[in-house]
Design a protein around this ligand. Structure first.
Ligand code: ASP
Length: 342
């Protein structure tokens, strides 16, 4: 066993969520109440893995977090890493982990491991998964092998890249999946086993003064006519992500509304299928991917709509200049994978 003083320093930052939720009244539901200190104290074995420090940062269901919260969190994490912490674990609600972890991936440069985890079963349920997830997350945050991976999500003993991971089930412990890639690895005994390493994401750096502008996410559904799109600019949205059918399609009747929207703000096209990528030139009908791209819609590439919305929001926060913001978005999008044949 490693001497205590030479164990890595890992900061656990708590934001609330199921992992921190207990009942307020005898027969009421659970709400986030436990601090980072409470979470760490409930798992005595952690001290054998790392010198754990704690920071209780928010106490909310994860649907109440905003991108501005995550931008502030990234600054706090960077500050602690500059101060000599070796790795960071963020505990939060699982509902929005796929977005917050990707925002951290794009906002943080540097090699130190940053790991997001949570729980599907709260501490009052039979076999809650929070303590095990916390141990696994701290092992990853303390591991030299997890350096330079970008932000990762550790749940159910698996390590997932923030750019790929999605919550795929409302209650199952194995809810986190990376449909385009599979997990990067797993945690077994004391080992962090990585079987693959992603390319590094391009980062976007923001100052404390940058506001994160609102970006709309519009999912296409059968029979849609696009009337919602006409209202977006008046509602104050500064960008939009359209989650289209299949390879990146909208109903033909919606195509002109998409084009009008492009006249008002950057519009990114993604697929609602949950895996694969937006195609470029396979279909030629009105509302197809090639039609929309010819109307200056920006391809979301391999990004799903929620992650594309994160990247576009951060790009718009970084630059008020539309062309520059789109350039930043595209740089992030293209850094997430290697491809031939472009
Ligand atoms: N069900 C959620 C969780 O897993 C609640 C939340 O996201 O805060 O933590």
């Amino acid at each position: 066993m490693i001497e205590s003083a030479s164990r890595p320093r890992v900061l656990v930052v708590s934001l609330g969520g199921t992992i921190a939720s207990t009942p307020v009244a005898r027969d009421g539901g659970v709400v986030p109440q436990l601090s980072a200190q409470d979470l760490v104290a409930a798992v005595p074995g952690l001290a054998d893995v790392a010198r754990v420090e704690t920071l209780s940062y928010r106490q909310v269901p994860s649907g109440d977090l905003t991108l501005a919260d995550v931008v502030a969190l990234a600054r706090t994490i960077a500050h602690h890493l500059d101060g000599g912490v070796d790795g960071v674990v963020v505990t939060q609600g699982t509902d929005t982990i796929e977005e917050t972890s990707f925002a951290l991936d794009v906002l943080l440069d540097g090699a130190a491991p940053v790991v997001v985890t949570g729980a599907m079963r709260n501490p009052t349920m039979a076999s809650p998964d929070g303590p095990g997830n916390l141990v696994a997350a701290v092992k990853v945050a303390a591991s030299p092998h997890a350096r330079a991976l970008g932000c990762v999500v550790v749940m159910n003993d698996e390590v997932h890249a923030a750019r790929f991971v999605r919550k795929t089930h409302s209650s199952n412990l194995a809810t986190f999946r990376s449909p385009n890639a599979g997990p990067l690895g797993w945690v077994a005994e004391e080992r962090v086993r990585l079987v693959t390493r992603p390319t590094r994401a391009a980062t976007i750096s923001l100052t404390a003064r940058d506001d994160v502008p609102p970006v709309a996410l519009v999912t296409c559904a059968l029979g849609d006519d696009g009337r919602l799109l006409e209202r977006l600019a008046a509602l104050g949205y500064r960008g939009a992500v359209i989650e289209g059918f299949g390879a990146g399609h909208v109903p033909g009747v919606m195509a002109s509304a998409v084009e009008a929207l492009v006249g008002e703000m950057p519009v990114v096209l993604c697929s609602r299928t949950g895996a694969g990528e937006v195609l470029n030139h396979t279909y030629g009908f009105v509302g197809s991917e090639s039609d929309l791209l010819s109307r200056d819609v920006v391809s979301g590439g391999i990004l799903d709509a929620r992650k594309a919305r994160v990247a576009l929001s951060l790009a718009l926060a970084a630059s008020a200049d539309r062309a520059r913001a789109v350039e930043l978005f595209v740089r992030v999008r293209d850094s997430l994978s290697a491809s031939g044949g472009d």
